[in-house]
Design a protein around this ligand. Structure first.
Ligand SMILES: [Zn+2]
Ligand SMILES: [Zn+2]
Length: 324
């Protein structure tokens, strides 16, 4: 099969690898679409990815199974980032992402024609939801959706979203779907243009605009940048809610007296998504959320070097690789 090899130092190769086999209780999936995620930044700019690539946002069809499972050959599935162990407190309530078991199996390397993976990691993808959208449900939309659900965004909220990369754009679309007023901020003008196309009511560039003046009820950081995270805590109005979604960086500068004692902010920890978020998002997409709007580029897997370079140059929103 053809597969992406992330070499590091901004170098990508596409090479032949042996087809993975459905052994050890695994199923094999024929990958139809695989999205590049901002969390692959470290491998791309750093020392590469030993197991090939960090692809974890994929959808495809079941082609083989080692043991009887609920899946049949040809079933359409989307792949969650990691399988549950299935028997810890967090897994029992569906919070797979909090599972700390060593038995759980995640499968990276999804930028390839096939993967072998834990059948528990597969979630059903109904026929009316495309593979492309299927590959966005778990992370690109699922991550902000979980945060938005936790924070409880309503029509009465003015929301500030720092960062309009793919996750920030998806947050904008979901908050608009819930009829909140949405103000977004990004230093990249291309991304602000995308945000307007995704329904943002107002777009700000923190280099020239006053983000503090927004005084939002709810602030989301979708950058992972310490300055933007701190801006969320500073800008949120008294009694406001904040969720830090971005996964890089060193965290905000917290002033416990100003942020917590005097302003009584509530800050939500939130990480990835759950299988229930997957079901809810499918319902929301059926009711009209145009999830495909955050896809700006599609590349054949052979053009993965160009796809990665465009994505990490900030010249694209979501980038989809098609391996066939
Ligand atoms: Zn991701
Ligand atoms: Zn578990």
């Amino acid at each position: 099969m053809r597969a992406v090899q992330v070499l590091g130092n901004e170098q990508i190769m596409v090479l032949d690898r042996p087809d993975p086999e459905a052994t050890d209780g695994l199923v094999t999936i024929k990958i139809e679409t695989s999205a590049i995620c901002g969390s692959e930044r470290r491998g791309y700019f750093g020392e590469g990815v030993p197991e090939g690539n960090g692809g974890h946002e994929a959808a495809g069809t079941i082609v083989d199974a080692d043991a009887p499972t609920q899946w049949q050959t040809g079933d359409r599935v989307t792949l969650h980032s990691a399988a549950p162990c299935g028997h810890c407190r967090h897994c029992w309530v569906g919070n797979w992402v909090l599972c700390e078991s060593r038995e759980r199996r995640g499968t990276r390397g999804n930028h390839s024609q096939y993967v072998a993976t834990d059948p528990a990691r597969c979630l059903p993808l109904p026929d009316d939801i495309s593979f492309e959208i299927g590959s966005l449900i778990g992370d690109a939309f699922g991550t902000p959706f979980r945060a938005i659900q936790k924070v409880g965004v309503t029509v009465l909220d003015r929301v500030l979203i720092m960062g309009q990369g793919p996750v920030g754009l998806a947050a904008t679309m979901i908050c608009k779907f819930f009829n909140a007023q949405v103000v977004v901020a990004d230093v990249n003008e291309y991304r602000l243009e995308q945000a307007r196309a995704c329904g943002a009511d107002e777009t700000l560039n923190p280099n020239s605009d006053d983000v503090q003046a927004v005084a939002p009820h709810v602030a989301f950081d979708c950058t992972g940048n310490s300055v933007a995270q701190t801006a969320c805590l500073d800008a949120a109005q008294v009694g406001g809610r904040v969720a830090l979604i971005g996964v890089t960086g060193n965290g905000p500068s917290i002033n416990t007296l100003e942020h917590f004692t005097k302003k009584e902010l509530t800050v939500y920890g939130t990480w990835y998504s759950t299988p229930v978020d997957h079901l809810d998002l499918i319902e929301i997409i059926r009711r009209g959320l145009s999830a495909e709007r955050i896809i700006t580029h599609r590349f054949d897997i052979e053009d993965a070097p160009e796809a990665f370079s465009k994505f990490f140059a900030g010249e694209a929103a979501k980038v989809i690789l098609t391996p066939w």
